[in-house]
Design a protein. Sequence first.
Lengths: 163, 271
Amino acid sequence: MSRVTITVNSMPQTRDVEDRTLLVQFIREHLGLTGTHVGCDTTQCGACTIHLDGQAVKSCTVLAVAADGSEVTTIEGLADGGTLHPVQQAFHEHHGLQCGYCTPGMIMASVDMIRRHDGMLDEHTVRHELEGNLCRCTGYHNIVKAVLDAAEKHRAAHAVAPE
Amino acid sequence: MYATTYHKPKTLSEAVSLYENSEEPSYLSGGHTLIPTLKSRLAAPQHLIDVRAIPELSGIEVTADKVIIGSATKHAVVAASREIKAAIPALSGLAGSIGDVQVRHMGTIGGSTANNDPAADYPAAVLALDAVVHTDRRAIPAGDYFQGLYTTALEPGEILARVEFKIPEIAGYAKFRNPASRYSMAAAFVARHRDGHIRVAITGAGNEGVFRWTEAEERLTENLSAEALEGLTIDPSLMMGDMHAPADYRAHLVAVMTRRAVQNLGGTHIL
């Protein structure tokens, strides 16, 4: 057992965990944040994608004890009160989901993607960079539309003319 | 995953001492091969020694003729390095083609090189770029380092510290991926070094892991063009065969990917 403190969605969380505990188990089972999903055991599907110190990672392939002292953002940490995050809003407007199982991971990967590219994305890049997230409904078309729309809004929101 | 005990040493000597004084230890870096293996209960180390907090294992240094990458450096960091992209664009592109975005945010060059998976990307670059693998105790030339599937010259407890690549005159990397796993089914790294010698390293295909295709090297030494490789084939009995690709198909892919690497010198061609 180890005592770990991980700041999850801006709240420091301290728990005693077995060293074999995966970060996704810490998030779901120890903190009860079940928005982060587990879809595979092979690090391929991306349903468990969260942000670890600002970068999208698969939380099923990180030990909680190795994330001690880190900052984590999950799907529950994106919205600002009752206002959806722009990427959540875009998925809503474009119906970027079918069954919804992959959606939290898709959104966390997309937020990371838009930030890394500063919103400068085209369809090819979005499809390529979502290769770590699988949608078993094969509902990629609207997911890609949602990411492109959110990226465009990100560009518009950040296009502040220099003084 | 079976129960295990986690350690996070801050120095190389502490890590080696932990390894030598533990029952069934294993080093852990990005964990993107090891943790899935542990989850499948295919391995059960009693002690995991995380090397990522050791300062000497991080960082990138580019000199006039070498690119030196610390073993705990993540694929995404290598792919994003402007210095590496300027010095060896094929190496930069290779790092950016591993797995997917999330995997590249965690996986490390040292983990890939130490594990020596027969379908991993970095071993091809290490071999073709005539690299030197530096450990906590010695320097190992690439030609002596790789010793078959998942097998290297590393001794128990020895830590891979950094990889020192020679900057070639030009290099190219071509890969045909399994669309589900994104591991290569055949990939070729071709480099012409500054002294004129050619190295061709093949990963993903050989039944002994990464290897140099010396017949291709000889032809490309005469004439560095895809035409020089026309008609050259590789013996399928040297290839892996599995449900994704039988050995004769992999042999075919090796020849195609080698030509594509030559056609894309100065960059990568990822399928």
